[in-house]
Design a protein around this ligand. Structure first.
Ligand code: NAG
Ligand code: NAG
Ligand code: NAG
Ligand code: NAG
Ligand code: NAG
Ligand code: NAG
Length: 172
């Protein structure tokens, strides 16, 4: 990827960040297909970026399915022993309040038919002022150097620099 493409991606992230801060996102699992068997929720999760204080919501038939928050073992093996939480309203909103990987499965057997989803929640992104300051290409290195230059741009540069470092970091 070229440097300028990377920069554009970062800028997009920063602008998205401003939107995120304006209000946490509700991520509807499976979008309009909801929480049902036979859907690859890994593909769904890969299409979303989760931040602390976002919601994840499950919509399903409460007579057939439910939602358990489990650990990695529970996710891998479709088991609910030691579950961290369970929901069964048919329309559940779950707050993702920690920066960590969350695992959810269906506890009525649907897990064996794909009803399992794992999402990585990222720390809250840097403040939106970074987007306004990011008017020129800034590599993490040059931005870090610029921080030590006196002047009113220092704060903005610092924010951009932090953002570049954070966003340049490869999350998995
Ligand atoms: C879902 O998609 C992911 C990514 O392409 C793939 O690795 C995984 O094997 C798929 N899972 C199922 C159950 O097909
Ligand atoms: C990923 O997002 C794009 C754009 O919103 C959408 O067209 C596509 O269907 C999504 N794919 C999945 C697997 O959700
Ligand atoms: C999960 O399943 C795997 C393979 O079926 C098994 O080897 C492992 O012991 C199981 N883990 C637990 C904690 O039951
Ligand atoms: C998940 O929880 C089960 C039951 O409490 C425990 O036996 C298992 O070791 C845990 N797995 C992980 C990866 O923490
Ligand atoms: C489901 O959650 C409730 C509390 O919300 C708890 O009392 C109950 O034991 C949980 N059930 C299982 C099977 O984990
Ligand atoms: C970006 O900054 C570099 C060096 O600081 C400068 O040479 C270049 O003209 C600037 N580009 C724009 C579009 O402002």
């Amino acid at each position: 990827m070229s440097g300028s493409t990377l920069f554009l991606l970062r800028l997009v992230f920063l602008v998205g960040t401003a939107a995120t801060l304006a209000g946490a996102t509700d991520h509807i699992v499976g979008a309009n297909r909801g929480w049902n068997p036979g859907i690859n929720y890994t593909l769904w999760a890969n299409n979303h970026t989760f931040y602390v204080n976002d919601l994840i919501s499950f919509r399903y038939s409460k007579f057939q399915y439910n939602v358990y928050q489990v650990n990695q073992t529970g996710y891998d093996n479709c088991t609910i022993e030691g579950a961290l939480g369970n929901w069964s309203s048919g329309k559940d909103f779950i707050l993702l309040d920690k920066a960590k990987r969350y695992y959810f499965i269906c506890g009525t057997g649907g897990c064996f038919n794909g009803m399992k989803v794992s999402v990585l929640v990222h720390p809250l992104p840097p403040p939106p002022t970074a987007a306004a300051a990011a008017t020129n290409q800034t590599s993490p290195k040059s931005a870090a150097k610029a921080v030590f230059r006196p002047g009113s741009v220092v704060l903005g540069t610092l924010v951009v620099s932090l953002a570049s470092i954070l966003l340049g970091f490869e999350w998995i």
